[in-house]
Design a protein around this ligand. Structure first.
Ligand code: ADP
Ligand code: MG
Length: 226
């Protein structure tokens, strides 16, 4: 079984307003194709951890491996390229460009990757929107569709470069129960059918319990690996 993510003894400090240890000795592994939820009370360090796991925050102690590659200590531009190719992100707020069409929003990470022609990218983007059931919104500006539809477009965007690992920080935090179920089912399908690894921070107990495994945090520690 391939290991998609390995975190070894991660410690994280913040220095303002005073020195504070936000993460203490965080070690865990996630297998390829696993759908893992990270839970815990507000302020326990979930977002801080995800920010490190996503390679966005490089200011920590310990070691992180993603897809078998050691990423700790890599240069910022190498990390940006790694993220664009191997990681997909879904946040609580969709961060779509409001005036761009949904299709264009989904295309952007692939244009940045620069591996395929514009026509190929447009085709793939449309396929992703179809998979998410929002292909009929493709030509509309992202600001002119509903919240649930926006989150589906954001997921399509996260998938455009066919990332091995998808990370979410409260991806259903702004959705009603119907759209939450839609997003859950998409994650489940990506894990089962495409062996994508899903790592998502969530407050939603029902969502967490339906995933494969819950990693529970408290005060900067992992208290249960599920
Ligand atoms: P969660 O996502 O679980 O709600 P966070 O990871 O956002 O928690 O925060 C964990 C702890 O780290 C909290 O005590 C928070 O106040 C603190 N923290 C988060 N970001 C910063 C920062 N940029 N500077 C100082 N402290 C921070
Ligand atoms: Mg948070």
């Amino acid at each position: 079984m391939n290991i998609a993510l390995k975190a070894e003894s991660i410690n994280k400090y913040f220095y303002t307003p005073e020195k504070f240890q936000a993460l203490e000795n965080i070690s865990f592994e996630v297998r390829q194709g696993e759908f893992v939820s990270i839970t815990g009370k507000s302020g326990c360090g979930k977002s801080t951890l995800l920010y490190i796991l996503s390679t966005m925050d490089t200011n920590y102690e310990g070691a992180l491996h993603l897809n078998g590659q050691a990423v700790t200590g890599n240069k910022q531009n190498a990390l940006a390229a790694f993220r664009n190719e191997h990681l997909g992100f879904v946040f609580q707020f969709h961060y779509l460009l409001p005036d761009f069409s949904c299709l264009k929003n989904v295309m952007i990470p692939a244009m940045r990757l620069g591996k395929f022609s514009r026509e190929e990218i447009e085709y793939t983007a449309y396929e992703k929107l179809k998979m998410l059931g929002v292909e009929d919104q493709a030509r509309k500006p992202a600001s002119k569709i509903s919240g649930g539809q926006q989150q589906r477009v954001a997921i399509a965007r996260a998938l455009i470069n066919n990332p091995a690992i998808i990370m979410g920080d409260e991806p259903t935090g702004n959705l009603d129960s119907r759209n939450t179920a839609v997003v859950f089912d998409i994650f489940r399908q990506l894990a089962e059918e495409e062996h994508k690894t899903i790592i998502t921070v969530t407050h939603d107990n029902d969502f967490a319990h339906k995933s494969d495994r819950i990693i529970e945090m408290m005060d900067g520690h992992i208290i249960s690996h599920g």
